[in-house]
Design a protein around this ligand. Structure first.
Ligand code: PFF
Length: 456
């Protein structure tokens, strides 16, 4: 399936769209980012905020974003140009393209770590760390090496560019159809194993028994940003996927499926990681390195851990690469469609610039090479700006556009296509969706953004 916009195929079936969109949604965001954010932001209280954001804001905005794509059958910038003559709205599409590019620069660094851990698993090195502190210091040692970190970042970018350059999405799609279910099965296996470890019950309490005093504006912003990040929302990726969808398909039901699958993977990953974190007496709030410090300990303890570790990091790398490909594809599609660049030129130039932007992120993990910006590492600041600011701002404008600007009579007609029965049975749904898009989502997003930036 090409997502370039020039060759507009359609998904073979309803499951085709849901699988592809879930493939974009499920990635490092669920298995790496969600657990580490939960650990940094107080566990259950964060998870509550995150789920609240997914249900109240994420699903309605996801429906809106898919609908724009399905209606215009274009890339984000082209979509807004088709629906509105003002340059402002084209700019909103453009912001999504920039967000995708910035996200890719740090996402590829973490994808590099997962590739690096495949080598660690294959050589058996990973199984030397049965004590949490040792697994942690091994990770710190590896990521402090510019050679390891930048080398793997370059490897991820070269692989991603090669896939987008040669357009072998078919291969990646087939690969991910096997690897995504495998990842799911492995995660469930790990979860059950984690739960049998002594002391793991504390992990469940940490994840599901909220301490409400932990909630503050930063926790809410992190939850909102993660809802957008995890659902690939607010930057036009879901819009682009929706542009390959037929009008016979049911947009709201598909959106709910994507949200449910995506959130389940995150929760399962959370249970795995925190049962181990507590069973091995580790600290939940170590930040982005969390899973790389925790998982080696389980692999050394479990039967068949050697093979399990290899399979796990291969599957996780594949989930990561399907996401890096979709991120690079969004930016490439923009230059190909809108600026008429040849595809190969677009891939080479954008891929190389992304790689260069990723280098300071890759160097953020050693005090000798890290450049600090406003008290954040470069990795931290690019992650924060793109995920916690640009994606919610993108979501805000998508809600405003569909709720107020597009013309809600037309919107109602479009969203009903393919879901007539649903709305016949539950006519209040359209009204509810309209109220969320017009008032609830924009107001909540603005309050969260302004208060976390200290403006109100
Ligand atoms: N949703 C992906 C994840 O959770 O790993 C990250 C992502 C992929 C965001 C693709 C945006 C995107 F376009």
């Amino acid at each position: 399936m090409s997502i370039s916009g020039s060759n507009r195929e359609q998904w073979g079936s309803k499951a085709g769209f849901i699988l592809a969109a879930t493939g974009s949604a499920v990635g490092l965001g669920n298995i790496w980012r969600f657990p580490y954010l939960a650990g940094e932001n107080g566990g259950a209280a964060f998870i509550f905020v995150y789920i609240f954001c997914v249900v109240l804001i994420g699903i309605p905005v996801l429906i809106a974003e898919i609908l724009i794509g399905r209606t215009t059958q274009k890339n984000p910038v082209g979509s807004f140009r088709t629906l509105h003559k003002s340059k402002f709205w084209r700019g909103i599409g453009g912001m999504g393209v920039v967000a995708g590019f910035v996200i890719l620069s740090f996402y590829a660094v973490v994808a590099g770590w997962t590739l690096g851990y495949i080598f660690e698993a294959v050589t058996g090195n990973l199984l030397n760390y049965d004590i949490a502190e040792e697994a942690s210091s091994h990770f710190v040692e590896l990521t402090a090496s510019p050679f390891w970190n930048v080398g793997l970042l370059a490897l991820v970018m070269i692989l991603t560019m090669a896939i987008v350059y040669f357009g072998v999405q078919k291969g990646i799609e087939r690969g991910s159809k096997i690897m995504m279910p495998l990842l799911f099965v492995l995660l469930i296996g790990l979860m059950f194993y984690g739960l049998t470890m002594e002391g793991s019950a504390q992990g469940l309490t940490y994840l599901f028994n909220p301490d409400w005093s932990k909630i503050n504006t930063n926790v809410i912003l992190a939850g909102l940003g993660q809802a957008f990040f995890s659902m690939s929302l607010g930057m036009g990726a879901m819009l682009t996927y929706g542009s390959y969808m037929s009008r016979k398909e049911n947009v709201p039901t598909s959106a709910v499926w994507i949200a449910v699958l995506d959130t389940s993977v995150a929760l399962i990953a959370g249970i795995c990681i925190f049962s181990v974190v507590f069973a091995t007496g580790q600290n939940p709030d170590v930040g982005p390195s969390l899973i790389f410090r925790t998982l080696p300990v389980v692999f050394t303890k479990m039967p068949g851990g050697y093979l399990f570790a290899i399979l796990f990091f291969v599957a996780l790398s594949l989930a990561a690469i399907t996401s890096t490909v979709s991120l690079l594809e969004v930016t490439t599609a923009y230059f190909v469609d809108e600026k008429k660049w040849p595809r190969k030129k677009a891939v080479l130039i954008i891929g190389t610039i992304t790689l260069l932007l990723g280098v300071p992120s890759a160097l953020s993990f050693s005090p000798n090479t890290s450049v600090d910006v406003f008290g954040f590492t470069f990795f931290g600041i690019t992650e924060f700006i793109s995920s916690n600011l640009m994606l919610p701002i993108g979501g805000f404008f998508i809600a405003i556009f569909v709720g107020w600007i597009w013309g809600f009579d037309k919107v109602t007609e479009y969203v009903k296509e393919g879901s007539e029965k649903l709305f016949e049975r539950f006519p209040w749904m359209i009204k509810g969706w309209k109220i969320v898009l017009r008032f609830i989502a924009p107001i909540l997003i603005i309050i969260v953004l302004l208060s976390s930036l200290g403006i109100i």
